[in-house]
Design a protein around this ligand. Structure first.
Ligand SMILES: Cc1ncc(COP(=O)(O)O)c(C=O)c1O
Length: 428
């Protein structure tokens, strides 16, 4: 129950006065804090510095006979493809490791479908209106990729077990203009939820109305567990095999938040036919991948076990920050009944929902009080959160001390905006 809505007016006015006083005191401190950036902290990137010592002028620059010091090997070094395949649980023959950004691969896959089509079908650009389903709140950069090609982004509700699959099935299976869906199946950005086995199976069993529909399965947080016991995600390619479906999924991931963002290895897996098509497109888009980076990575992290051990070191840095978010929000807001927030067991974000019509005002007030948050609405297609409730909290980058300060300000801002909304509703 929203305490401000049930307070007598005189008491509500007094609560607002006190909160405004607290806000003024915060403002006078001249803070400059940032809770917007979903990127690893310096302590985390430092964990991968030893990797930089593994390549020297004396290093043999090849991998299983494949040269790393020259053009060629367009699908990536053999060990890099094997590592990516082991991580995704697929056959290395169906994996391409290329570039340092998985988002770049997603973009190029969309671009290729738009200009050249998928599986012999007409390019999307020649098919009139085409649509992508966008589970929301979701990742703004996904939505930006499809929007850039004039694809209509259609929001789909998120539930605690994944996107609303009744709606996904209804749209994908009846509307041939629906060509894709953006999915972050494990520790989704920003809700942190992982898709249930049933959700994964329902995705794998889809019978799209469009033959050139693909699921963009962005497994960005595949190994980003906060606890030894992480969320279990059913392997989408196993589910596809079970359902007897093929040519339905492009799966992406990268080591961006394992080693160094923007200097890692990115990869994509798909069915034999789909990967052949992507490989042909990439062959025109790129000469060959960054094989020195790949060599460094496979020497530093030669197996999935090595990656998991490395990620436990990340978790030791990140977990206290996520736990601080929970503690501060619980202590500061639970009794007010004005907000809900997710409690992820991995990934990079906490998704926060305040009262209807509050998100933009909270983010603006936070800015005034010296704390930058991700823009309200960013988690929805076209920046339009229909109820203006959602705020993405990114706890990894600030120090624990800065994060604690930023969250204290967030509590005051949320309370003040909520109290004012309750008061304005009474005036209306
Ligand atoms: C869901 C998701 N996918 C992809 C990325 C970017 O990954 P990369 O650096 O490999 O392009 C991010 C970064 O925040 C993300 O949250």
């Amino acid at each position: 129950m929203n305490v401000y809505e049930s307070m007598p007016t005189a008491q509500l006015d007094e609560a607002i006065r006190q909160l405004e006083e607290q806000a003024a005191q915060i403002k006078a401190r001249g803070l400059s804090l940032d809770m917007a950036r979903g990127k690893p902290s310096p302590e985390q990137t430092d964990l991968s510095r030893p990797m930089l010592d593994l390549l020297t002028s004396a290093t043999e620059l090849s991998d299983q006979g494949a040269p790393a010091d020259n053009y060629g090997i367009p699908d990536g070094l053999p060990s890099a493809r094997q590592l990516a395949a082991d991580l995704l649980g697929v056959d290395a023959a169906n994996v391409v490791v290329n570039g340092s950004s998985s988002l770049n691969l997603m973009h190029d896959a969309v671009c290729n479908a738009y200009t050249h089509g998928i599986g012999g079908n007409a390019p999307w650009c020649q098919q009139g209106e085409v649509k992508f389903l966008c589970p929301s709140p979701g990742y703004d950069r996904h939505f930006a990729v499809s929007a850039r090609y004039g694809i209509k982004n259609v929001p789909i509700a998120m539930t605690p077990t994944g996107p609303d699959m009744d709606e996904v099935e209804r749209l994908v299976q009846t509307d041939p203009t629906v060509k894709g869906i953006w999915c972050v199946p494990k520790y989704a950005n920003p809700t942190g939820i992982s898709y249930s086995a049933q959700t994964v199976r329902r995705f794998a069993a889809l019978k799209p109305a469009a033959p050139d529909f693909r699921i963009f399965w962005d497994n960005a947080y595949i190994v980003h567990d906060l606890y030894d016991e992480g969320d279990e995600l059913l392997n989408i390619f196993d589910a596809l095999a079970e359902a007897g479906t093929t040519d339905l999924v492009y799966e992406f991931a990268s080591t961006a938040k394992v080693t160094f963002p923007s200097s890692g290895m990115a990869f994509v897996a798909a069915s034999p036919a789909d990967i052949a098509e992507l490989r042909a497109a990439f062959a025109v888009m790129r000469v060959s991948p960054e094989k020195l980076t790949q060599l460094m990575h496979v020497r530093f992290l030669p197996s999935v076990d090595a990656i998991k051990a490395h990620m436990r070191k990340h978790a030791a840095v990140v977990r206290p920050r996520f736990e601080l978010v929970q503690r501060k929000l619980e202590e500061g807001l639970a009794d007010a009944g004005v907000a809900t927030w997710t409690k992820p067991r991995g990934g990079y974000f906490v998704s926060f929902d305040g009262p209807e019509g509050s998100a933009k005002r909270i983010v603006a007030l936070m800015k005034e009080l010296g704390v930058t948050l991700t823009g309200a609405g960013a988690t929805w297609p076209y920046g339009q959160d229909p109820h203006d409730t959602n705020i993405r909290i990114a706890p990894t980058y600030p120090s624990l001390e800065q994060l604690g300060e930023a969250l204290d300000v967030f509590v005051v801002a949320t309370r003040l905006v909520s109290a004012k909304l309750a008061r304005e509703a009474r005036q209306a």
